[in-house]
Ligand binder design. Structure first.
Ligand code: NAD
Length: 498
């Protein structure tokens, strides 16, 4: 059986702990590889490697660091097809969707190519007599990223591209469910000219993560995953004096106003609700039609569309979506559907018994649609992360603003309307981090920042965009007096710029 080790000091090395996780083929349910779980000492060795390599990398001028990023872009683009297939084979998303996963990561690499400009500090000439004041952005040292299964190319790149471009060394602990693409990306970054040891990929579970959280050499931790783990990482990392940002789960609502273009809204709900089998943190999992008439029309239009979703192997170019990542996750999603029925929601499309001929043991599930979901139900309050859309009927616009605003999660939200006043009012008032207007999955482009609110985000700074440069650097402010001949005698009061 294929064994996936670690990427440390520019080389793939075998795991030594004797502990492994299973990497499945979601299409067949079979184990396709074993991934090594690092011990505390293996992780410590990777941190030491990063700490040794970082000073020279930080001293490499930013134009040279940018050139490595440009070359990396080229190398990834040359391997686009094979990377997308590899990603799809471990995750289960379609190959076309896997290409999008890589593309959204590369956009952050493109952003990081601008690092000479992004790292420019501020300068105030003659802030006092012969005194200039300026600020520098300096790297933190060794930083780490812990990433989820659902975007195995995009999220690692969101983390390591800005971190490394800023002059840090980076330890990536990818998801144990689909580790092969992150490993390959690290090899390509070294092939692009990154010195060995600056980016290390260490596979593992809680033991590896806890080492990162407690080792004093690790200055900052970026995490993406479920909210309960995000809370743990945030609290533990902060308690150990680290800079921490954690992005958690989601329950993204899409409001459909009576004046919306219904066909456009239905297309948006189908794509955003069921694409990638609903395994996206920005998936729409709650549709909120406003008014009974809008709800009736919407549900009637959704039913045939959900029933005719094409579920297929991830290799099938005609498939709308592929299998879920693991059997355990499939079972969890099905249990939520059963719970919804028990809670009294109306299951108007039931995809639980879907079977795909020739792939009977794959993790496939048809689309499910619930109507009459109430805010008190667990299927509304909790993240399901599967191809399940819940319709919560709002009696008016005010209720539609209140639902996402009062929900524990606050990642993304969308409103579909033709009315500019409504869209503007909603955008301003809704208590959620990322908003779409007639746009179902409002993932900002790389030069803006990405981050949710409430239980979807912990910490002060977002991912990518200008916040990523702030997160991965510390600001030093210098007050300098030249020429040196200025003599004012000893001053016993706090200096002021007279
Ligand atoms: P997860 O929380 O199970 O795992 C995320 C990472 O944490 C993995 O690397 C995993 O190995 C590690 N981990 C798991 N349990 C741990 C523990 N007890 N201690 C320390 N580390 C642990 O999440 P997942 O299932 O891989 O990903 C799906 C989740 O990620 C969903 O909740 C989804 O909404 C969320 N997500 C959020 C965003 C965002 O930007 N807000 C983006 C993508 C995914």
């Amino acid at each position: 059986m294929r064994e996936i080790g670690h990427f440390i000091s520019g080389k793939v090395i075998a795991g030594k702990s004797g502990r492994f996780g299973e990497v499945f083929d979601p299409n067949t349910g079979e184990v396709q590889a074993k991934v090594a779980f690092a011990s505390r000492s293996e992780m410590e060795a990777a941190i030491a490697t990063g700490a040794a390599a970082q000073p020279a990398w930080a001293a490499t001028n930013p134009q040279r660091r940018a050139r490595v990023m440009f070359k990396f872009l080229e190398l990834v683009q040359n391997e686009y097809d094979s990377l997308a297939k590899l990603l799809s084979s471990e995750h289960g998303k379609t190959v076309a969707d896997a290409r999008g996963d890589i593309q959204r990561g590369l956009e952050v690499v493109e952003f990081a190519c601008g690092i000479p400009h992004l790292l420019k500090g501020e300068f105030s000439d003659s802030a006092g007599p012969g005194i200039d004041l300026f600020s520098l952005r300096q790297p933190l040292g060794v930083v780490a990223g812990i990433t989820p299964f659902n975007f195995p190319a995009m999220i690692p790149m969101w983390k390591f591209a800005p971190a490394v471009a800023c002059g840090n060394a980076f330890i990536l602990k990818p998801s144990e469910r689909d580790p092969s693409v992150p490993m390959r990306l690290a090899e390509l970054l070294v092939a692009a000219g990154l010195p060995a040891g600056v980016l290390n990929v260490v596979n593992g579970d809680k033991e590896a993560v806890d080492t990162l959280l407690t080792d004093p050499r690790v200055q900052a931790i970026g995490f993406v995953g479920s909210s309960s783990i995000a809370e743990y990482i945030y609290a533990t990392g902060c308690a150990h004096g680290k800079r921490v940002q954690c992005f958690g789960g989601a329950k993204n609502h899409m409001i459909v106003m009576p004046d919306a273009d219904m066909d456009q809204a239905v297309d948006a709900l189908i794509g955003a609700g069921y694409g990638s089998a609903g395994e996206r943190c920005m998936a729409v999992s709650v549709a909120v039609p406003v008014g009974q008439k809008t709800a009736d029309i919407l549900v009637q239009k959704l039913i045939p569309r959900v029933e005719s979703l094409k579920v297929g192997p991830s290799t099938d170019p005609q498939a709308d979506y592929g299998p879920l990542v693991t059997r355990a996750h499939l079972d969890k999603v099905k249990n939520y559907v059963e719970l919804g029925v028990k809670e009294g929601a109306k299951l108007v499309v039931d995809g639980r018994n879907f079977k795909l001929q020739g792939y009977e043991n794959g993790n496939f599930m048809g689309g499910c649609l619930f109507d009459e979901v109430k805010p008190s139900m667990r299927i509304y309050r909790e993240e399901i992360f599967g191809p399940v859309l819940s319709v919560v009927r709002a009696k008016d616009y005010e209720e539609a603003v209140r639902l996402p605003s009062e929900h524990d999660y606050g990642n993304g939200v969308a409103i579909f309307t033709r009315d500019g006043d409504t869209a503007r009012d909603f955008t301003s008032r809704v208590n959620v981090g990322m908003v779409g207007v007639n746009f179902a999955i409002p993932v900002p482009l790389s030069y803006y920042t990405f981050g949710g609110w409430k239980r979807s985000g912990f910490g002060d700074l977002n991912q990518h965009g200008p916040d990523s440069i702030r997160f991965y650097t510390k600001t030093k402010t210098v007050t300098a007096r030249w020429p040196s001949g200025i003599k004012e005698g000893a001053e016993f009061v706090i200096p002021t710029m007279r």
